[in-house]
Design a protein around this ligand. Structure first.
Ligand SMILES: Cc1cc2nc3c(=O)[nH]c(=O)nc-3n(C[C@H](O)[C@H](O)[C@H](O)COP(=O)(O)OP(=O)(O)OC[C@H]3O[C@@H](n4cnc5c(N)ncnc54)[C@H](O)[C@@H]3O)c2cc1C
Ligand SMILES: C=Cc1c2[nH]c(c1C)Cc1[nH]c(c(CCC(=O)O)c1C)Cc1[nH]c(c(C)c1CCC(=O)O)Cc1[nH]c(c(C)c1C=C)C2
Length: 474
C-alpha cells in the first residue's frame, strides 16, 4: 500500500498521528497542514530570558495507565528524558489540593484520616458516602450526567462541591451537562461491571489497551511519579516532534484547510493558495472545524460533529516577588456555586520551581476563568478586554490567597474554543459519526481531543490509534 496521507491540524494530536505514521514504510507521503504559524496547538509555553517558563495550556502530564506509559515511551524515543521534571506522589503538590468554598480554602481530604473524619467543607466523613455507595443499585440509563451519577451514588454534597470542581478543573465544564460515560469512563465502567464505583476500583472493571513499558515508564512507576513536565515547558514536546518529523513529513504551516471534496478514491483539499490531493485524511482538527470543511454531501456527518461543543478559557499567568503563598499545594478549584467566572488557580511554582526565574525568589500562579460559563459572565469575545481578565485574576489572588502585592509580570491568553465538552449522549454521537464514516467508506480518521479524551495522553494515544488503523501496529 503506497499512499499519500494528509494530516489536518498540527496540535499534539496531528503531530502524534504523523509521528506514528512516519514509523511505517507503507505510507509514501505524509503531509501535515497547520492553519497557524506554529505547531503544538494548546501546548504553548512562554520562555523568558531569565529562565522563567509560563504555561498557557497544559502544565502537567500523568504517567499512570496505558496512555501515560505510551506518552513516556514517545518522550524516551524523542530523547527528552534528561528534560523531564517529575513530581512524585510524596510531593506536597500531589498531596495538597484545595477547594475555595464559602470564602475559605479547604484542603481536599486525603489519606485515611481525611476519609474517616468530617473534613470541611463536607458535613460528614467521606467513608459514610463510600459505605452507602456499596448498597446502591446499578443505574438503568445508557448515560447520565456526571452530577446525576455522583449524586445518586455518593450524595448531593459531593456532587455539588467536589465533582463540580473536578469537572471545572479538567473540562472547564458543567458537571450538570457533562456525560459520566465519556468524561470519566472508569466510574461508568465500575458501576456497569461491579454495580459500585468502590468495588470497581478495588476489583477492577475490565482491561484497557496493552502498552509495553519503556525503561522510562518503568522508572516513573518505580519512583512513583504523579505527573511530569519538561524543563523548557510543555512546548518542548511538539518542538521535539517537529524536529523528529523533518525530512519524513512535509510540514506546511500557515496552511488553513478551507474545504474538502471527495473524488473517486481520493480527497481534494482546498487551501488558501491551491489544492492538494490525498488518498487518506487523518483529521486532528477540532470537531466543529472539521464540520465546517466537509463537503455538502456529508451534511449529516457535519451536523453530528457540530454537536460536540467547545468552551473558551481565559488563562492569566502571574508572577510575584518572593514566596507569597499562604498554603502549598497544586492549586485550588472553585465550585460554580461560589463563583461562576473563576474556575481555579494553579500554584505553578510548587510543582515546578525549576520554571521560576533565576536569581531572586518568585511565585508563579495561573488563574483560569470562563469555560462553560464564559458567555454568561463575560459576554461575547469582542466585548471583553485583556484588562478585565487581568483585574479579575489579581482580585482572585488577593481575595482567595490574601496576596496584596501587585504582580511583577503578567500575561493574558484568551483560549477560544479550547476544550471540547463531552455532553450527555457523546458516546452515541461518536457511534453515529463512526458508523457514517464506515457506511460511506470514507478514507477518513478523526483524532484529537474532540472524541476520546482531552488529556495530552489521550490525544497522543488517539493519534497513534488513527495511524495504526491505516498501517497496522507501529
Ligand atoms: C488551559 C488548558 C489547560 C490544560 N491542561 C492540561 C493538563 O494539565 N494536562 C493534560 O493532560 N491536558 C491538559 N489540557 C488538554 C490538552 O492540552 C488538549 O486537549 C490537547 O492539547 C488538544 O490537542 P489537539 O491536537 O486535539 O487539539 P489542538 O491543540 O486544538 O490542535 C488543533 C490544531 O489544528 C489547527 N487548526 C485549526 N483549524 C485549522 C484549519 N482549518 N486548518 C489547519 N489547521 C487548523 C490549530 O491551529 C491547532 O494547531 C489543557 C487544555 C487547556 C486548553
Ligand atoms: C481550572 C481549570 C483547569 C485546570 N486544568 C485544566 C482546567 C480546565 C485542564 C486539565 N487539568 C488536568 C487535565 C488532564 C486530565 C487527565 O486525565 O490527565 C486537563 C485537561 C489535570 C487535572 N487537574 C486537576 C485535576 C483534578 C486533574 C485530573 C487529573 C489529576 O488528578 O491529576 C486539578 C486542577 N486543575 C486546575 C486547577 C487549578 C486544579 C486544582 C486543584 C486547572
Amino acid at each position: 500500500m503506497q499512499k499519500t496521507v494528509a494530516v489536518l491540524g498540527g496540535g499534539i494530536g496531528g503531530l502524534s498521528a504523523c509521528y506514528y505514521l512516519s514509523k511505517s514504510p507503507q505510507v509514501s507521503k505524509i503531509v501535515l497542514l497547520e492553519g497557524s504559524g506554529r505547531l503544538g496547538g494548546w501546548l504553548h509555553s512562554t520562555r523568558r530570558e531569565d529562565g522563567a517558563v509560563f504555561e498557557h495550556g497544559p502544565r502537567g502530564v500523568r504517567p499512570a495507565g496505558a496512555v501515560g506509559r505510551n506518552t513516556l515511551n514517545m518522550v524516551a524515543e524523542l530523547g527528552l528524558e534528561s528534560e523531564l521534571l517529575p513530581v512524585t506522589y510524596d510531593h506536597v503538590a500531589s498531596k495538597n489540593r484545595f477547594l475555595f468554598v464559602r470564602g475559605q480554602l479547604h484542603k481536599m481530604p486525603s489519606g485515611l484520616g481525611g476519609v474517616v473524619r468530617t473534613v470541611p467543607p463536607f458535613s460528614q466523613p467521606l467513608v459514610l458516602s463510600v459505605l452507602k455507595e456499596l448498597l446502591i443499585g446499578r443505574g438503568k440509563e445508557g448515560d447520565e450526567t456526571v452530577h446525576s451519577f455522583v449524586s445518586r451514588r455518593l450524595g448531593a454534597e459531593l456532587a455539588d462541591i467536589a465533582i463540580d470542581c473536578l469537572c471545572r478543573g479538567v473540562f472547564a465544564g458543567d458537571c450538570r451537562k457533562l456525560s459520566v460515560r465519556s468524561c470519566f469512563p472508569p466510574l461508568f465502567n465500575a458501576e456497569q461491571a461491579r454495580g459500585s464505583i468502590v468495588l470497581g476500583m478495588v476489583l477492577g472493571s475490565g482491561s484497557g489497551p496493552v502498552v509495553p513499558s519503556s525503561g522510562l515508564a518503568q522508572r516513573a512507576q518505580r519512583e512513583r511519579w504523579a505527573q511530569w513536565s519538561l524543563r523548557k515547558g510543555m512546548q518542548s514536546l511538539p518542538d521535539a516532534l517537529e524536529d523528529s518529523l523533518k525530512g519524513r513529513v512535509q510540514i506546511h504551516k500557515h496552511a488553513p484547510v478551507k474545504g474538502l471534496t471527495q473524488g473517486p478514491g481520493s480527497w481534494e483539499i482546498k487551501l488558501e493558495d491551491g489544492t492538494l490531493k490525498a488518498d487518506h485524511i487523518i483529521s486532528a482538527l477540532p470537531a466543529h472545524v472539521m464540520a465546517s470543511v466537509l463537503p455538502p454531501a456529508a451534511q449529516s456527518l457535519s451536523e453530528q460533529l457540530r454537536e460536540i461543543s467547545m468552551v473558551t478559557v481565559a488563562v492569566v499567568n502571574l508572577e510575584y516577588e518572593g514566596s507569597i503563598l499562604p498554603v502549598v499545594g497544586f492549586g485550588h478549584l472553585i465550585p460554580s456555586s461560589e463563583d461562576r467566572a473563576l474556575l481555579g488557580v494553579v500554584y505553578d511554582s510548587v510543582p515546578f520551581p525549576e520554571h521560576n526565574r533565576a536569581g531572586a525568589p518568585s511565585t508563579r500562579l495561573t488563574v483560569m476563568m470562563g469555560g462553560a460559563w464564559f458567555q454568561e459572565v463575560f459576554g461575547s469575545l469582542e466585548e471583553v478586554t485583556e484588562k478585565c481578565f487581568l483585574d479579575r485574576a489579581i482580585q482572585a489572588v488577593r481575595n482567595q490567597l490574601g496576596v496584596n502585592t501587585e504582580p511583577l509580570w503578567s500575561s493574558v491568553a484568551l483560549l477560544q474554543d479550547c476544550i471540547p465538552q463531552y455532553h450527555l449522549g457523546h458516546w452515541k454521537r461518536l457511534e453515529n459519526i463512526r458508523h457514517y464514516i464506515d457506511q460511506h467508506k470514507l478514507p477518513l480518521n478523526l483524532t484529537g481531543a474532540s472524541y476520546d479524551g482531552v488529556s495530552v495522553n489521550d490525544v497522543i494515544f488517539s493519534g497513534r490509534k488513527s495511524a495504526e488503523s491505516l498501517v497496522g501496529e507501529v
